[in-house]
Design a protein around this ligand. Structure first.
Ligand SMILES: NC(=O)c1ccc[n+]([C@@H]2O[C@H](COP(=O)([O-])OP(=O)(O)OC[C@H]3O[C@@H](n4cnc5c(N)ncnc54)[C@H](O)[C@@H]3O)[C@@H](O)[C@H]2O)c1
Length: 256
């Protein structure tokens, strides 16, 4: 799939890895709908990047909202070739806190709802729209890229919920690719390592340097541009399908 003149949507596209993807795609001639929370800076990003970007307010944990937002994204630019799921977060909690109280069940549910079910929901509606595209030369109708995490393999202390959700995103990659193969739609997943995004909050440079040491080589944090570039290579290399790619400079997370 060629990036230029393609049309896509990016959930969580107003910040961090999603924003990096939006910028990468638009610089190369794609049109992108940013699906993000109403309070996000999606509208400001669309205004900054001009006519090739549109903002559609969407909470991926709300199924009615997702159905309407994906349809709206398709409407605005007249087709849908790619969908990148970046909306997500992973607030941590230990199984037992210092007082011996168990992990809040509501928090577990929320993280699975956001990171796993939200990703699945956007994927199913995006696939339904893509399946109606005229196929390209190789029979391809679309590409879906989901975002997991290396914590989906080596979850750290306090990451049981996040790891379960991201592990689910990893595990569904192959069956989704198999399900959608008959429709000419590919599915790929990225497991980012430690990426320099606003999700970190206001951490100072010395802490960032320490975190970068966890990466084996190169010893730097990943960037939204690294992530966007990887999505771009998935688009251009049509033999990539049903695979999970670690973007983590050979890191393997320790327990803490
Ligand atoms: N930053 C990292 O080191 C890292 C590492 C591994 C995985 N990830 C994953 O990458 C993805 C993006 O993370 P990031 O670092 O860019 O975070 P970020 O906080 O910079 O961006 C996340 C975006 O998702 C949006 N969002 C949150 N809840 C949403 C909802 N319910 N509906 C729609 N949008 C919602 C936010 O408004 C925000 O714009 C997440 O799934 C995260 O778990 C990040």
């Amino acid at each position: 799939m060629q990036i230029s003149d393609s049309v896509g949507l990016v959930t969580g596209g107003a910040s961090g890895l999603g924003e990096g993807t939006v910028r990468f795609m638009v610089e190369r001639g794609a049109k992108v709908a940013v699906l993000d929370l109403p309070r996000s800076k999606g509208d400001a990003l669309a205004k900054e990047l001009g006519d090739d970007v549109t903002f559609v307010a969407c909470d991926v944990t709300d199924p009615e909202n997702v159905k309407g937002a994906v349809a709206e994204a398709r409407e605005r630019f007249g087709r849908l070739d790619f969908a990148v799921n970046c909306a997500g977060a992973g607030p941590g909690a230990r199984m037992l806190d210092r007082q011996g109280n168990p992990h809040p069940l509501g928090l577990y549910r929320h993280i699975v709802e956001l990171d796993l079910i939200g990703t699945f929901d956007v994927t199913r509606w995006a696939a339904a729209h893509m399946a109606r595209n005229e196929p390209g030369d190789s029979g391809e109708r679309g590409l879906i890229v989901n975002t997991a995490s290396i914590a989906g393999y080596e979850g750290q202390i306090g990451q049981a919920a996040y790891s379960a959700a991201k592990g689910g995103v990893i595990a569904m990659t192959l069956p989704l690719a198999r399900d959608l193969a008959a429709h000419g739609i590919r599915v790929m997943t990225i497991c980012p390592g430690i990426m320099d995004t606003p999700a970190f909050g206001n951490v100072d440079d010395s802490l960032k340097q320490k975190l970068a040491e966890i990466h084996v080589f190169p010893k730097r944090l990943g960037t939204p541009a690294d992530f966007g570039r990887l999505v771009g290579s998935f688009m251009e290399n049509t033999l990539l399908n049903g695979e999970v790619v670690r973007l983590d400079a050979a890191t393997r997370l320790a327990p803490r």
